[in-house]
Design a protein around this ligand. Structure first.
Ligand code: NAP
Length: 315
């Protein structure tokens, strides 16, 4: 019977974090195996133009950017496999990753599984998501709404931050929240509620995104939860900011996560976990910055850490 292959590095996820980890570990001759999940390229592929990734003076298409990273990783010998990790066993060495098809053995693992924006599930949201007016990222898409009216749904720090950011471009920003006080920190809440361009719409839940027939957002139907009255906000952009769900399920435990489900790295590191040789990178452990460039930076850190770990352990 042949001895099963033990991978040097298995990277889980093909967003900016995973692909950057792949580029670095492939260039370090570690022959990485990248496991590709249900959204190849990650969240960046759901946005159209990326204008803030350094090096692209005139912007770059989100899908193209991840394709470029993938090509770069492939050029240095990265292998890709489309599969979902269902469970792990990090108690043994090599580590075990169980997929529907097989068990993968690895000396080091970089988990870059990202986070999925929480959506409201109302009619029209899915149909008009990504480039048609519904989005979950003001930093990515805000600049497309110059001199237009937009709405932000949510009442946390993200919603307040997105609304404030959008005031740079939009004529008016509605902030629709299901209660009459924001969950956001006081400073963010004060800034948002006192901004002249932001109109808070309290005690209201979204009912439907309008404009499906036209293929672009034309309004957001909302309902006042106290009176039951329905109305339509005439907006061109709907920014959903009701939190994220980190994709950490199959790994926690044994990896430590916080109350929101995000990985908690070891003190003093952004990427080292409580299990030696296992690293995390990108939005699965970062709920603060959530940018393509910060995810890429973490992917780079994780790959360098994995390389050092292998060198120290006769990898
Ligand atoms: P969050 O704090 O969980 O807030 C989610 C908001 O969406 C809440 O106001 C919630 O309403 C509302 N919501 C949830 N489900 C909803 C639904 N189905 N329909 C309508 N509204 C819904 O999420 P977050 O704002 O993304 O923040 C996540 C974490 O990151 C927090 O710890 C936050 O402090 C942090 N963060 C920090 C910064 C910063 O410091 N600059 C920026 C962004 C995020 P309720 O209030 O009624 O529950």
């Amino acid at each position: 019977m042949s001895t099963p292959t033990v991978e040097n590095v298995v990277i889980i996820g093909t967003g900016c974090a995973g692909l950057t980890a792949a580029i670095y570990s492939a260039r370090a001759s570690l022959n990485p195996l990248v496991l590709e999940g249900p959204l190849p390229g990650g969240q960046l592929t759901t946005t159209s133009e990326v204008e803030n990734f350094p090096g692209f003076a005139h912007g770059v298409d989100g899908f193209q950017l991840t394709q470029n990273m993938r090509e770069q990783a492939t050029r240095f010998g990265t292998r890709f496999e489309q599969t979902l990790v269902q469970s792990v066993d990090f108690s043994t060495m090599p580590r075990k990753l169980v997929t529907a098809e097989r068990t993968i053995l690895a000396k080091t693992v970089i988990i870059a599984t990202g986070a999925s924006p929480r959506l409201t599930g109302i009619p029209g949201e899915k149909e008009l998501y990504g480039g048609k007016g519904v989005t979950t990222c003001a930093t990515c898409d805000g600049a497309f709404y110059r001199k237009m009216d937009v709405v932000v749904i949510g009442g946390g720090d993200s919603a307040a931050e997105e609304a404030l950011f959008l005031t740079r471009f939009a004529s008016k920003v509605y902030l629709v929240h299901r209660r009459d006080t924001l969950r956001a920190s006081k400073i963010m809440a004060d800034r948002a509620t006192s901004h002249e361009k932001i109109q808070c719409v309290w005690d209201s839940v979204p009912v439907a995104v309008e404009g499906v027939a036209e293929g672009a957002v034309s309004g957001l139907k909302i309902k006042n939860v106290k009176t039951g009255a329905e109305s339509v906000l005439p907006v061109k952009g709907v920014f959903v900011a009701i939190g994220h769900i980190p994709n950490t399920g199959p790994f926690a435990p044994p990896l430590a996560v916080d109350e929101g489900g995000y990985f908690v790295p070891e003190a003093g590191s952004q990427v080292r976990t409580n299990v030696p040789g296992i690293y995390v990178a990108g939005d699965c452990s970062d709920h603060v910055y959530r940018q393509a460039i910060t995810a890429a930076g973490m992917g780079c850190q994780a790959a360098i850490e994995a390389e050092r770990w292998l060198a120290e352990h006769n990898g």
